[in-house]
Every structure is written in C-alpha cells, then in structure tokens.
Design a protein around this ligand. Structure first.
Ligand code: HEC
Ligand code: HEC
Ligand code: HEC
Ligand code: HEC
Length: 325
C-alpha cells in the first residue's frame, strides 16, 4: 500500500507541476471527473484469487478470439458489424467496440489509452484511477483490516464510492452496470448506433438474467471469515440477486426502448421489458417499480428487499445450476 501511496503522490505532484507550467488550471478537476482504468494487472497483486477466476471467464478469454472472422456465416461477423459503425475498422482500435469488449488502460491521466485486455475488473468495479489509493487503506500503514474502526470503514467506503468504486454491496449499481453492455444500451453510444450494430448481426440476448450470468464462471465471492472459499449464494441471496437483476433489466430496457425507433432494436428491448416484468410479478415490494420503472424506484426497491428472503415469490423462476454461464 505504501508503495502505491507514494506512486500516486508523485504522480499528483507531477500533474500539478505540468498543469502550472502549461497553464491548464482546469485540468486537475477534469482528471478527477474523468477517471480512467489502470488495468487488471494492478489488482492482481492483492486479489490473486479474483484474478484467477477472471482468467477463466469469457470476458478474459474472448480478447484473443472475438475479432476473428468466423468461418460459419451464421455467426456474427465483426467485419459486418464494424462496417455499420463509425471509426476504425479493427475491433481493438474501434472506440465503440472497445467500450464493451475491451478495457482501455492508461498509465497516467495524460497517457494514451491502450487496449490491453478484455472486459475486466474495472469494467465492473469502476475505473480505479481515483479510488485505488483509498479503498484498501484501513487508517494508516500499520493498521490491519481487522483493526479498522467502524468510523474509518464507513468513511473509506463512502470515499471510494465517491471516487467511482462500484462496491459489491451496491447490488443495484453492480447489476445496472452489467446491463449497459449486455442490454446493448451503452450511454456513450446513441441508440441509433446500437441499432445499426444489431442490424448488422450483433447479438443481443434478451434472456440475460443476473443469477444465471453472475453465479457461474464469473462468480468470485471470497468473503471473510472464509476468504479462501469462493462461496456460493444461499437461497435468500439468490432470490434477491434475481429480482435486483430483473429491476436493472427493466429500467435499462425501458430507457433503451424509448430512444430508438428501429423495429429490431425496439423489439429486443420490449422482450427484455416483458421478461423483467414476468420476473418481478408476485413480488409485492416491486409494485411501485412496475408501475413506474425509473432508476430511483429501482434503487428504492433494492433497498426495500435488502436482507429479505424472497424465495417463496421467485423460487420457481430461479435458473438451474447446470444452466449457469
Ligand atoms: C495494495 C492492495 C490492493 C490493490 C492493488 C487492490 N486492492 Fe482491492 N482490496 C484490497 C483489500 C485489502 C481489500 C479488502 C479485503 C477484501 O475485501 O477482500 C480490497 C477490497 C476490494 C473490493 C471489495 C471489497 C469488499 O470486501 O466488499 C473490491 C471490489 C476491490 N478490492 C477491487 C479492486 C480492484 C478492481 C483493483 C484493481 C483496480 C484492486 N481492488 C486493487 C487490496 C487491494
Ligand atoms: C454495448 C456493448 C457492446 C458494444 C458497443 C459492442 N459489443 Fe459486441 N458484444 C457485446 C455483448 C454483451 C456480447 C455477447 C452477447 C451475447 O452473446 O449475448 C457481444 C458479442 C459480440 C460478438 C459475438 C461474439 C461471440 O463470442 O460469438 C461479436 C462478433 C461482436 N460482439 C462484435 C462487436 C463489434 C465488431 C463491435 C464494435 C463495432 C461490438 N461488438 C460492440 C457487447 C457489445
Ligand atoms: C463481470 C463483472 C466483474 C468483473 C469482470 C470482476 N468483478 Fe469483482 N465482483 C463482481 C461482482 C458482481 C461482485 C459481487 C459478488 C457478490 O458479493 O456476490 C464482485 C466482488 C468482488 C470482490 C469482493 C469479493 C471477493 O471475492 O473478495 C472483489 C475483491 C473483487 N470483486 C475484485 C475483482 C477483481 C480484482 C477483478 C479482476 C481480476 C474483478 N473483481 C472482476 C463483478 C465483477
Ligand atoms: C464492459 C461491458 C461488460 C460488462 C460491464 C459486463 N459484461 Fe459480461 N460480457 C461482455 C461481453 C462483450 C461479452 C461477450 C464476449 C464474447 O462473446 O466474445 C460478455 C460475456 C459474458 C458472459 C459469458 C456468456 C456466455 O455466453 O458464455 C457472462 C457469464 C457475463 N458476460 C456475465 C456478466 C455479468 C454477470 C456482468 C455484471 C456483473 C457482466 N457480464 C458485465 C461485456 C460486459
């Protein structure tokens, strides 16, 4: 940690110096407002187990394969999809593709972003340039995790969140983030661009369901007291994960649907809405959200169901373990 602290301080001094010399006083603020990815390698140092899990996922492995033209004509063609969007005609160089398929890394705020891996740690936990230094500091270099005061912990979590860390306990925000990519609804692209990709054969899976997709290859839950065990969720946790995923899909698809008139894109988003509504039916706490599928209502819903066991309401809808992705 000390080593990191120092590096960051040096970086920051360097930064102030440059800002002064070049006279770009607005720069410091904009660096904070535009956090960037530092790369999964940095996380590996302290999160070996999570890194190993990631190496087994499609997010990691497809880096070497997804850009290749398939021999089978019925499979999505990167070339055709690229032809439908602006920019460079190679996936790793194309901005639109990079947003979802890759992680653009930067060493420093002013260095050139480079694609170094597939979808990675920071795609799901937030770009770490601003929070990395804060998130594992327990109140000084000699203070261990077990010794951290409740007050310091609350402040540490709040500070990291403010700097863009998507904390695992932020269930709704985590799920919402999956939908950005898996719902073909990235806010940095217009719905028309996304619809054009879809028209050129880009896949979308309206049946993306959070339990199925998060509890298979992607699962990493090394929590105390058994930090060596990748714990499976119990049935109450699964029931909450399921409905939070449906809430996120509902809001994402409702928004996406309203943004494009493209029939194919609209139909895919309508299917997502219908699936999510079916998933939430019979859950009393979801009434307000179903009536008005806004982000605020979804966050309220996630708070309302925290700690509850919804197995009775969703039990039969949970995917079989053998179907986990
Ligand atoms: C210098 C060590 C260090 C580095 C580097 C580091 N972490 Fe951590 N991180 C920790 C420690 C220690 C914890 C708290 C222990 C735990 O939760 O496992 C933690 C906790 C976390 C948590 C959640 C904690 C929880 O318990 O709810 C996430 C998510 C996380 N780190 C992500 C990352 C990501 C992503 C990176 C790379 C960008 C990263 N960390 C880099 C040490 C580090
Ligand atoms: C909004 C996020 C997003 C963007 C932008 C995006 N993709 Fe994808 N792409 C995905 C997701 C998610 C999948 C997996 C879909 C599924 O199978 O359900 C995927 C799958 C693919 C596949 C099929 C891969 C396979 O394993 O069968 C190809 C090819 C592809 N994308 C090409 C592209 C190209 C080329 C671009 C840039 C023009 C691009 N994508 C931009 C999210 C995105
Ligand atoms: C596809 C999205 C995704 C990616 C990629 C991802 N995570 Fe996570 N991560 C999650 C989710 C979701 C949770 C919450 C797990 C739970 O509590 O059920 C989580 C939890 C964690 C935790 C707390 C639990 C634990 O295992 O200690 C840490 C630490 C963490 N992630 C670090 C990382 C690191 C480091 C990487 C990259 C090597 C990474 N994550 C990649 C989604 C992701
Ligand atoms: C930055 C964009 C992005 C985010 C965020 C993201 N994914 Fe993905 N995910 C992808 C892409 C792209 C693929 C497809 C890779 C391919 O097929 O080449 C994929 C594939 C997967 C697969 C493999 C599916 C299969 O058919 O084998 C799983 C499982 C998955 N994602 C789960 C999740 C979960 C759960 C979350 C949220 C916790 C999440 N992803 C967040 C982009 C993303």
């Amino acid at each position: 940690m000390r080593q990191f602290g120092l590096r960051f301080k040096l970086l920051f001094l360097n930064f102030l110096f440059m800002a002064g010399v070049v006279g770009l006083s607005g720069w410091v603020a904009s660096a904070d407002a535009n956090p960037f990815n530092k790369g999964a390698k940095l996380c590996e140092e302290c999160h070996e187990a999570e890194f190993k899990v990631w190496e087994g996922t499609k997010h990691f492995k497809s880096f070497r394969t997804v850009h290749r033209e398939p021999k089978d004509d019925s499979k999505p063609s990167p070339k055709k999809i690229l032809a439908a969007v602006e920019g460079q005609k190679r996936m790793k160089r194309n901005k639109a593709c990079s947003l979802c398929h890759y992680t653009q890394e930067q060493k420093e705020a002013d260095s050139k972003p480079q694609v170094k891996s597939g979808t990675s740690c920071e795609s799901c936990h937030g770009p770490s340039s601003a929070w990395l230094e804060v998130h594992d500091n327990y109140g000084g270099k000699d203070v261990k995790r077990e010794q951290e005061s409740a007050e310091h912990k609350a402040k540490r979590i709040a500070d990291s969140k403010a700097k863009g860390l998507i904390w695992p306990s932020m269930k709704y925000e985590v799920a919402e983030n999956c939908m950005v990519c898996h719902g073909l609804a990235h806010p940095d692209l217009t719905a028309d661009e996304l619809a054009k990709m879809l028209g050129a054969g880009h896949p979308i899976n309206p049946d993306f369901e959070l339990v199925k997709y998060s509890q298979g290859s992607v699962r990493h839950r090394y929590y105390p007291p058994n930090i060596k065990e990748n714990a499976e969720m119990n049935s109450a946790e699964l029931s909450r994960e399921y409905v939070v995923g449906q809430a996120a899909a509902l809001v994402s698809a409702t928004n996406a649907m309203s943004k494009s008139a493209d029939p194919k894109y609209k139909a895919a988003q309508e299917k997502r809405v219908a699936n999510a509504k079916a998933g939430l039916s019979g859950v009393p706490e979801a009434a307000g959200l179903l009536a008005a599928p806004t982000r605020a209502n979804a966050i309220k819903f996630a708070a309302d169901i925290a700690g509850k066991d919804l197995s009775a309401a969703v039990g039969g809808k949970l995917p079989a373990k053998s179907d986990y992705k």
